[in-house]
Design a protein around this ligand. Structure first.
Ligand SMILES: [Zn+2]
Length: 373
């Protein structure tokens, strides 16, 4: 330490006061008080931006002639824009026209990419949740606690929230460990897991998950996950909610394209219900930022659309939607720097004025374009 110099101290205080005023000015402008992260497992950019892919439907229809099938009748239209609006009318007509924006359409020169090289689920979720991907600490989908602390743990600590106010609901059981480095750091209800609630309707939904099974041992129906997440939202009013839906990926692995499209259309109905509820609640209305993305892409042709791994190039390409009172962007992003999935954790924190590099200096930085910069 050097000798005390009162003059310099006064100068320092003046600078400090200026900085505080600037910060409080920014804080006053910031509207976000709640965060909702949603992931749709392995939902391809092809379906999000272009709706039904006719080549894939042909390849998965018995005689190769999809015309007249239920799926073709429901989702086919002549242009990609008309097709995607048939698949996700609420997402495209309400959210993207009035409230948010979406990056990752290659036809518009926009790119969202994974930093990890493995291109399957746990590495993808960990990249989203920790902001760190390049060290390849996770090399399997084994159900083990995240080797790095996550953004959910950081948010709970920084905001000083009780456990139930930072909650993760997931269809796939591995998400229960992917969201936390320390067991019990955040509230989780994932895979086939009962949910305790005073309302008998919610209790019966919780019970149904064990009776109406999916074809997969570790993934329950998205409908159950969504219903339980909504019950938690209404009861415990979390500031941070992570909703992780999974059926799109599992139906794709089973080559059931009809079910993949039906699952995507169901997400859209969930989105509408969630949004209408949020917009009717003072705690959430115009104070909630939603980020929606996926953990990986998949193959881009009818031979490999169902699969994803390090050898399938297009599995690296994902997409990211942002609906926020603090983002001026609307509709589809065009051109610009590629977005990297390891930036999502820091971006979520930035919406609340928090600096995620405090927890993980190796994580990707906030996506400046979202904030109009
Ligand atoms: Zn998969």
């Amino acid at each position: 330490m050097t000798k005390k110099k009162p003059f310099h101290l006064a100068k320092c205080l003046a600078v400090l006061t200026g900085a505080l005023l600037l910060n409080s000015g920014l804080a006053a402008e910031r509207k976000t008080e709640n965060l909702i992260l949603i992931t749709l497992d392995g939902l391809r950019h092809q379906e999000l931006f272009g709706g039904l892919d006719l080549e894939v439907l042909k390849a998965t229809t018995k005689d190769g002639k999809p015309g007249g099938t239920k799926t073709h009748n429901r989702f086919w239209a002549d242009t990609p824009i008309a097709r995607r609006e048939k698949l996700m009318p609420f997402f495209w007509r309400e959210w993207m026209q009035q409230h948010g924006s979406v990056a990752g359409n290659p036809q518009k020169g926009s790119s969202v990419r994974l930093a990890n090289r493995l291109l399957f689920s746990y590495p993808g979720y960990s990249e989203i949740l920790t902001g760190q991907a390049r060290d390849d600490l996770i090399t399997s989908n084994d159900k083990v606690l995240n080797p790095n602390p996550t953004v959910l743990e950081f948010l709970r600590r920084k905001l000083g929230l009780p456990q139930q106010q930072v909650a993760a609901f997931a269809s796939w059981d591995v998400i229960g460990v992917a969201v936390q480095h320390k067991a019990g750091a955040v509230f989780t209800n994932t895979g086939y897991e009962a949910y305790t609630h005073a309302d008998p309707v919610i209790r019966s939904i919780s019970r149904l998950q064990f009776e109406m099974l999916t074809p997969w041992d570790t993934v329950r129906h998205d409908e159950i996950t969504f219903r339980l997440a909504m019950a938690h939202l209404k009861t415990h009013r979390p500031r941070v909610l992570y909703l992780s839906l999974g059926e799109t990926d599992d139906w794709a692995h089973d080559k059931r394209y009809d079910r993949v499209l039906a699952a995507i259309a169901r997400f859209d109905i969930f989105f509408k219900e969630l949004w209408n509820w949020l917009q009717n609640e003072a705690q959430y209305r115009n104070k909630t930022t939603l980020m929606i993305t996926t953990d990986h892409g998949r193959g881009d042709i009818s031979l490999n659309w169902h699969s994803h791994n390090a050898q399938i190039k297009d599995a690296k390409n994902t997409w990211l939607a942002v609906i926020s009172p603090d983002s001026p962007l609307r509709g589809e992003w065009t051109d610009g720097e590629p977005v990297v999935m390891d930036q999502i954790a820091a971006t979520l924190c930035h919406f609340l004025g928090l600096d995620y590099s405090e927890q993980n200096p190796k994580a990707g930085k906030p996506i400046a374009r979202i904030f109009g910069k």
